[in-house]
Write a protein of this length. Structure first.
Length: 531
């Protein structure tokens, strides 16, 4: 892939993802469909997934952004279901899907079938969690799906390595495989634990938001490479570091947080868009490489493997949900669960680019031994990824709406936010009184009153969302305040530009004045988004 092709891929996928925001269709599905359509357009070059690029260069930043945005406390509170899905289910799916493929496909060796099972075992939760958030699923389900996606890739990659060693005759025993899995998992977690505190210390010590964000862009690659260098799980190292830094994000300055959020949103948007488009673009290559298998024959196998992947997830999810609840301790500690929640979790098992990247990394020949049925495994992985993204991705939103799962309690959330803000404002007011009592902090009365007014507005803003609205506009007083504030800021901004154009101020002064307005508008926007 040359530079022009790469630019074309990024530009086209970003444009399609932007278009998806104006439609009810989730962006991953529209991107995959566009990739499938573009794959046979004359003049479109071949875009073949390179596992040496996807795994070390695309997977770490996507995992890092997901980990930073995750709640460490929520994940810790749901560690049992997350572990059952991210570790238990992936290993179960590796064996179960592998065995079913072995029974379904004639002449497919069991070891090669287990490689296929490991490749298609990990769900890709980028699409699932995006849909879950868009439809307002309960926090617990979203947390479980997101937590699963953070760890299951590490489980699948390790299981794949063990199955691949057996397939090419390296004679790795099951005990040896479990030992390798434990070493990779514990090693990855260990590397993450070793790196997280020094990296956080370095971020805080740099004292410059530009340098801090430059470091932020390097963190996932450093963590991944360091773990892989010692044959540990780079995935788990990135997740551990990301969870720690996200939990401690409040300790860096506001400028770093504002820049970092914007930078990583852009990075994630570009990577996710390109990745899903790349999935669709693999079709010509996969079909060409089928080799001795006919399209019709391979298609029947693909349907069988797709059904096996879907069914096996439900076979695991329902017992893993309800059997542990036979324990009185778990029933007391965890909220009540009915049949609808595991149905959503089971159906949200879309596969993604990690499965394809692992499949493309299967060697054609290892130590003179040809991998059996490699082309078929690649084709079945591709069809499973496409099948789950299209079938489950399109039907998950209506399924969630049909089940009428209780969404977030907006009133309770707003009430909790208001109470938290009230306590914080009380502490700030006491601090302000103490500071103003010191002669070194003497302020003219209008400025001191302004501090108190701003504080009072923050205190009252959330409570107003619980109260009456404007009979004409339907806005709360706080909504109207923010709207008028933005209108005033826009008026100031137009004046600054007009003064610059008239050469009454220079560009540098205009940028300084505009940045001041931008920060005020950003604060108003963030408050509105939170509301």
């Amino acid at each position: 892939m040359d530079a022009l092709q790469l630019v074309a891929l990024v530009a086209a996928s970003a444009a399609i993802a932007g278009l998806a925001r104006r439609t009810p269709v989730p962006a991953p599905l529209l991107l995959v469909a566009a990739g499938l359509a573009a794959a046979y357009v004359p003049g479109v070059p071949d875009y073949t997934l390179d596992p040496h690029i996807v795994l070390p260069l695309i997977l770490p930043p996507l995992l890092y952004t997901a980990a930073v945005d995750s709640s460490y406390l929520d994940l810790r509170a749901n560690i049992r279901p997350v572990a059952l899905l991210s570790v238990g289910y992936v290993l179960f799916a590796t064996v179960a899907v592998g065995w079913l493929a072995y029974v379904l496909v004639p002449d497919l060796p069991l070891t090669a079938a287990l490689v296929l099972g490991a490749v298609v075992a990990p769900p890709d939760a980028v699409a699932a969690t995006a849909i879950a958030r868009k439809l307002g699923l309960p926090n617990r389900i979203t947390t479980i799906l997101q937590g699963e996606s953070l760890v299951n890739d590490a489980t699948a990659i390790t299981a794949y390595k063990v199955a691949l060693a057996a397939a090419v005759g390296e004679g790795l025993s099951w005990a040896g495989g479990l030992g390798e899995f434990a070493l990779a998992a514990l090693g990855g977690i260990g590397v993450g634990l070793v790196l997280m505190v020094p990296i956080h210390w370095l971020r805080r010590g740099l004292g410059d938001s530009l340098l801090q964000n430059t470091l932020s862009l390097l963190i996932p690659f450093v963590a991944y490479a360091a773990a892989e260098e010692v044959h540990a799980s780079g995935v788990l190292a990135v997740v551990v570091v990301g969870l720690f830094l996200g939990h401690r994000a409040w300790q860096v300055d506001f400028a770093t947080r504002l820049q970092e959020e914007a930078v990583w949103k852009m990075v994630a948007f570009v990577l996710e868009s390109a990745v899903f488009a790349l999935i669709g673009l693999q079709l010509p290559y996969v079909v060409r490489e089928l080799g001795p298998y006919g399209i019709g024959e391979a298609a029947w196998y693909a349907v069988g493997v797709f059904v096996a992947v879907v069914v096996v997830r439900f076979v695991w999810v329902y017992p893993a949900t309800f059997l542990p609840r036979l324990s009185a301790r778990i029933r007391e500690r965890e909220p009540e669960v009915d049949w609808r929640a595991p149905l959503v979790v089971g159906w949200a098992g879309m596969r993604g680019v990690v499965s394809l990247a692992i499949a493309f990394s299967i060697p054609v020949v290892t130590d003179g031994v040809e991998f059996p049925a490699r082309n078929l495994v690649l084709f079945l992985t591709f069809t499973t990824v496409i099948g789950t993204l299209v079938v489950q991705g399109l039907t998950l939103p209506p399924l969630i709406r049909f089940l009428k799962l209780p969404g977030k309690d907006r009133y309770a959330e707003t009430l909790a936010e208001a109470q938290a803000q009230s306590e914080a404002s009380q502490a700030a007011e006491e601090r302000l009184d103490a500071l103003l009592a010191d002669e070194r902090n003497t302020l003219p009365k209008p400025l001191a009153d302004r501090l108190r007014t701003v504080l009072e507005r923050r205190r009252n803003a959330v409570w107003e969302r619980l109260g009456a609205v404007n009979a004409v506009t339907g806005e709360t007083a706080d909504d109207t305040y923010r709207r008028l504030s933005r209108e005033m800021i826009e008026a100031e901004r137009e004046v600054f530009v007009r003064l610059r154009d008239a050469r009454r101020i220079d560009d540098e002064m205009m940028r300084t004045l505009l940045r001041r307005l931008d920060l005020e508008e950003a604060a108003a926007y963030r408050e509105e988004a939170a509301g």
